[in-house]
Design a protein around this ligand. Structure first.
Ligand code: NAD
Ligand code: LMR
Length: 331
């Protein structure tokens, strides 16, 4: 027998929630880090959710996943993040019908500051942080501000769900399989101001802009993708969960194992000022990944519609940043 690799420690917050119920099983099955990589799960929840979480843990054991080395639960962030290689920050209060994401800032900001501090104190020096809990970009900003000793590029927020939604819409429109669509981009905030961008996308080897009308992009594609989260809340009475978990898996897998040759993905990361996004905001950009590191795709020309939309999304991110600064959560 070849030696098994040492387990990787994955801390997941909000494990008793809807996303957690999908995410934990996909991680344990090897969908995130590959079929040769054992994992240790550390699940952080609030005390009230512990009985429900115990049920989830029973099910994780009952699935007898060969790659699952251990499962631990705790309500103490410093225990959850001890030695963690990946921190998946999912636990937060989700948006309900009629709520805007800005309403969540105050409720969730304090959680991410405390978790950022615990990650800095406890995590492994390989730690990579992915924020799924909303408002994801600004929560990542808060966690990063609370953990100044961790390299800035280790913090990310999830816009892969938006990226995947954009690919799905373009696939449905063109009749080309999702696997034949490359170079989609989502810019900006994970919110209704996000900027799904087909102008660099390639569909079965052809530029997407040759296959779809600009009017479709403006009137159908962008609003459908940008408002998909709200449409799902409306339809399900609860926010997206299985697709959000799947996108979280995709995000970490791309980051850890790399993006395919000739393609890129979308990730929200701390800006260094690229594409006019002010330094220090967490915005979605096109990135390639290799050897566990992401690199921003630079030098793309921005379509005037995309530029104008991105400026609006940047303004929203800056405004969210100001709100959390006013709450005393930055600096
Ligand atoms: P949920 O309410 O079903 O589960 C959230 C869980 O987090 C609950 O079990 C809760 O007890 C736990 N929690 C709350 N505070 C916590 C804390 N301080 N520490 C640990 N756990 C804590 O919600 P859900 O549907 O699983 O969604 C989770 C988050 O993901 C929400 O913020 C939602 O808006 C967000 N979301 C993001 C995306 C995205 O694409 N970025 C997509 C869908 C949902
Ligand atoms: C989503 O995109 O589905 C989630 O972020 C839910 C939301 O609040 O929009």
């Amino acid at each position: 027998m070849g030696g098994m690799r040492a387990p990787v420690t994955i801390a997941v917050t909000g494990g008793a929630g809807q996303i957690g119920y999908q995410l934990l099983f996909r991680i344990a099955a090897g969908d995130m880090l590959g079929p040769g990589q054992p994992v240790r799960l550390r699940i952080l929840e609030v005390e009230q959710a512990m009985p429900a979480l115990e049920g989830v843990v029973m099910e994780l054991h009952d699935a007898a996943f060969p790659l699952l080395a251990s499962v631990d639960t705790t309500a103490d962030a410093s225990v959850a993040f001890e030695g963690a290689d990946h921190a998946l920050l999912v636990g937060a209060r989700p948006r309900g019908p009629g709520m805007e994401r800005g309403d969540l800032l105050a409720a969730n900001g304090a959680i991410f500051a405390a978790q950022g501090r615990a990650i800095q104190e406890r995590a492994s020096d390989r730690i990579r942080i992915t924020v799924t809990g909303n408002p994801a970009n600004t929560n990542a900003l808060i966690a990063a501000a609370a953990a100044p000793d961790i390299p800035r590029e280790r913090f990310s927020a999830l816009t892969r769900l938006d990226h995947n939604r954009a690919i799905a819409q373009l696939s449905a429109k063109t009749g080309v399989a999702v696997a034949d669509i490359r170079r989609m981009i989502v810019w900006g905030n994970h919110s209704a101001t996000q900027v799904p961008d087909v102008t660099h996308a390639v569909v079965a080897g052809r530029p997407a802009v040759e296959l779809v009308e600009r009017s479709w992009v403006r009137e159908a594609f962008v609003p459908t993708v940008a408002n998909r989260g709200a449409a799902i809340i409306e339809a399900r009475g609860a926010s997206s969960a299985a697709s959000a978990a799947s996108a979280t898996i995709d995000h970490v897998r791309s980051w850890a194992l790399g993006t395919p040759e000739g393609d890129w993905t979308s990730m929200s990361v701390l800006s260094s000022g690229e594409y006019g996004v002010p330094e220090g905001l967490v915005s979605s950009f096109p990135v390639t990944c290799a050897d566990g590191e992401w690199s921003l795709v630079e030098g793309l020309e921005l379509d005037p519609d995309v530029r104008a939309q991105l400026d609006r999304s940047i303004a929203e991110l800056a405004d969210e940043g100001e709100q959390v600064r006013a709450l005393g959560l930055l600096d």
